[in-house]
Ligand binder design. Structure first.
Ligand SMILES: NC(=O)c1ccc[n+]([C@@H]2O[C@H](COP(=O)([O-])OP(=O)(O)OC[C@H]3O[C@@H](n4cnc5c(N)ncnc54)[C@H](OP(=O)(O)O)[C@@H]3O)[C@@H](O)[C@H]2O)c1
Length: 341
């Protein structure tokens, strides 16, 4: 008989000690819930910050089931459920209660693997509104990469703005958000300038269709190279995953009236930002926080229609969850890291 396994992470401990995997009793669905047999989960940089005890709202020493992103199969439904039937393939929504419309503070408390327990378990109860359909074209592993990184890139490019094929997007590095942004932007016909610190990864970016590539480590003035590559004009949109440390150069690389989607903080949060370019160049700065279930559904349809295949770097079994986190911390990955169940 299948074991019901669940991982629990205690932030702030050494990774080997922080993650404990144990058996637990199968959950029973409430009237508006479904039980999903989870098949795969994917990691995001946020999960690393949480494991280190550096995430607001989750204190070191407090245990939680980790991870927001997962795919699986509905195996049981509650008496009032109408959206799903047994056998449906689904993915989790990062904010369980952000169904549609604007983001409100209360949604924060429903973030998987943060405000509430996450998805790194073999069986999980979800409210029926907290899931989206997984395309038959995608594997469990591929589906598990979509809820956070992909949706964030999609939200920035197509929900809070509307990317035009005549436009140029700048992506920073080769993590989950940036590789999805590259794939989405290229499929829509836009140009992409992509950066990485690794020659090997730059080659892969080119292979994925990046129009221009820049090694940001060898070229600390990468913003000037972006300007050269755009005949002095600058790009239309930056997918800003670096945060305070990269934002000044990202703003310099934008054209007048350009847009910066503020998404990440890979360089930390301490640096001071000079806000003058925002005024002087008439830039739009938009904060992005993953997205709603409605956005997840729209993105999933677009991925299906455009036959987009998520980039998976490496797959680990649940028993090697700590190794998966360490792989993420090492930052040698390109795209997404997945754990199978
Ligand atoms: N706001 C939201 O809703 C949201 C959603 C998802 C993620 N995020 C945030 O976005 C950021 C990226 O997340 P992720 O999951 O995509 O991360 P990830 O997969 O861990 O990405 C790591 C990669 O980022 C690149 N990188 C690191 N420092 C860089 C720098 N100074 N300049 C340019 N690239 C740099 C490196 O690429 P190379 O090895 O190629 O150099 C590194 O391998 C994180 O801060 C995360 O918390 C926010």
């Amino acid at each position: 008989m299948m074991k019901n396994l669940r991982a629990v992470i205690t932030p702030g401990l050494d990774l080997e000690k922080a993650i404990a995997i144990s058996e637990f009793e199968a959950p029973q669905p409430k009237a508006d819930e479904v039980i999903v047999r989870m098949r795969a989960c994917s990691l995001n940089y946020r999960d690393l910050i949480i494991s280190e005890g550096g995430y607001p709202g989750i204190n070191a020493g407090e245990s939680i089931v980790p991870l927001s992103d997962g795919s699986g199969e509905v195996i049981q439904i509650g008496s009032n459920v109408t959206k799903w039937k047994v056998g449906d393939r689904v993915i989790s929504s990062f904010f369980q209660d952000w169904i549609d419309g604007p983001f409100v503070a209360g949604h924060m408390k429903t973030a998987l693997g943060g405000g509430i327990d996450g998805v790194l378990c073999t069986l999980r109860a979800f409210p029926e509104h907290g899931l989206a359909r997984l395309s038959d074209k995608l594997t469990w592993e591929e589906g598990s990469t979509l809820p956070c990184a992909a949706l964030t890139a999609w939200h920035a490019l197509f929900e809070k703005s509307s990317l035009d094929p005549s436009q140029t997007v700048l992506t920073l590095g080769t993590g989950g958000v940036s590789t999805f942004a590259l794939q989405f932007a290229k499929k829509s016909g836009a140009k992409v300038i992509a950066t990485s610190s690794s020659i090997h990864k730059l080659k892969r970016l080119e292979h994925m269709g990046a129009d221009e590539i820049i090694n940001y480590q060898e070229n600390p003035d990468w913003d000037q190279i972006v300007l050269k590559k755009t005949q002095g004009k600058g790009v239309d949109h930056v997918i800003e995953v670096g945060g305070a440390g990269t934002m000044p150069r990202s703003m310099a690389a934008l054209k007048n009236g350009g847009r910066l989607s503020l998404i990440g903080r890979l360089t930390g949060i301490e640096d001071r930002i000079d806000p003058r370019p925002i005024m002087g160049k008439g830039l739009s700065v938009q904060g992005i926080y993953v997205g709603s279930v409605a956005m997840l559904e729209r993105m999933s349809s677009a991925i299906e229609q455009n036959s987009i295949e998520p980039i998976i770097d490496k797959v680990f079994p649940i028993e090697e969850a700590a190794a998966a986190y360490k792989h993420l911390r090492g930052a040698s990955h390109f795209g997404k890291i997945v754990i199978t169940l």
